[in-house]
Design a protein around this ligand. Sequence first.
Ligand code: FNR
Length: 185
Amino acid sequence: MSSPHDVAVLVGSLRKESLNRKVANELIKLAPPSLKLHIVEIGDIPLFNQDWEMQAPQSVVDFKTAIRNAKGILFVTPEYNRSIPGVLKNAIDAASRPYGQSAWPGKPGAIVSASPSPMGGFGATHHLRQVLVSIGINAMAQPEVYIGQADKLFDEHGALNNDRTREFLQKFIDAFAQWIDRHVD
Ligand code: FNR
């Protein structure tokens, strides 16, 4: 078998007990052998400043390298005020510049959102889809993943305690593996 495709997982929440990070960790466990998922941290990327076009901070250079090296990008994000958290948008903007040197174009991607609310971060997903069009990520359309009432899905060790959600996440990550296969050479 050829080596697994490297997938960068970006989590749109920085908090320690993040539900979205727990979902991301579950997806890492469920990923088929053709994928190697790993979280690329975005919390140490400074607030974007277009002056970086002269010289970007090292954390931004490293982040762009991690994105360039990835064969696919998985976004796992909360919804903040019906959109994506600023920390995630900041990371996306940072790796998209300077003009003509973006790390994103052409990569296959997918979005997962999780929230304690029954709507599961629907608004964040669709705002993010719009941004992904702009940076040239080929975002998988189906299955859509809005994980509602996510605060009820994990035990005290952070492990998923709901079989239906696990089955659904399995379907999603298998579909993403196929989506990546279709897009990489
Ligand atoms: C939220 N939350 C939230 N939830 C939601 O479903 N729709 C929303 O628009 C918002 N807005 C919002 C704004 C801000 C500033 C915060 C801090 C929170 C609640 C949010 O879904 C909840 O805190 C999640 O637990 C955040 O995700 P993590 O950190 O658990 O991954």
